[in-house]
Design a protein around this ligand. Structure first.
Ligand code: TIU
Length: 221
């Protein structure tokens, strides 16, 4: 077992029963002209998560530990996009509309790809998901059962939307979940801070959080 200094207390995991889950590190959320910006967000904050997520990927790859990437996206005919999701609010472009990186949040379009720094490599699982939670309408649960995982390390964007939703889904399915603090970002710094706090409140009601350096120190011991 590996023991990581974390909040609200030490996180212990068996590396042969652990996977890294990187949530939605897509150009649509991170770069100007994508889905995140169409919703009215300042996407510049997102850049901060790229370096630490890349480092985390490197740590898992060096050890041959499993890596799973998710991508929020929809079929070109929008058959998996609830009208309520597409029609809500007054975005500058809606899901499926043509934008500077191709059709917004559509599978296979340039904007829906993972940023090059965090791109999947051969052998890594990529889960396309229509919702915010990565377990909803996907094979993630089956993939994790096949791996025999009981602990999940989380990174990705955005902290309070797809990362938190997926961590809550995972928590309800019995996984111990650790979020790496610098490897996640929100469009709203105060939402990121609040989400980290609510994850670890009440004795780790959703899971644990830790700085990347603490995780790296623990796995190097
Ligand atoms: N809008 C926002 O903060 N996030 C999303 O729509 N999706 C993800 O978090 N991936």
């Amino acid at each position: 077992m590996i023991e990581v200094e974390a909040a609200p207390f030490a996180f212990k995991f068996d590396p042969v029963r652990t996977a890294l889950v990187v949530i939605d590190m897509q150009r649509d959320f991170i770069e100007p002209g994508g889905f995140g910006e169409t919703l009215g967000n300042d996407v510049s904050h997102m850049q901060r998560a790229i370096g630490p997520t890349r480092k985390l990927l490197q740590l898992f790859r060096e050890r041959g530990w499993p890596v799973i990437h998710t991508r929020e996206n929809h079929a070109g005919d929008l058959s998996d996009c609830p009208p309520a999701k597409r029609e809500r609010g007054e975005p500058s472009l809606r899901i499926g509309d043509e934008g500077p990186m191709g059709r917004i949040l559509i599978r296979g379009e340039p904007g829906a790809e993972i940023v090059p720094e965090c791109a999947p490599v051969d052998g890594e699982t990529v889960i396309d998901k229509p919702g915010k939670g990565a377990f909803y309408a996907t094979s993630l649960g089956d993939v994790l059962k096949t791996l025999g995982a009981n602990s999940l390390i989380f990174a990705g964007v955005t902290t309070e939307v797809c990362v938190q939703t997926t961590m809550r889904e995972a928590n309800d399915r019995g996984y111990d979940c650790l979020l790496i603090e610098e490897a996640t970002e929100s469009y709203f710094p105060e939402f990121k801070a609040a989400t980290l706090e609510m994850i670890r409140a009440q004795g780790g009601i959703v899971g644990w959080t830790t700085p990347l350096a603490s995780f790296e120190t623990a796995i190097n011991q």
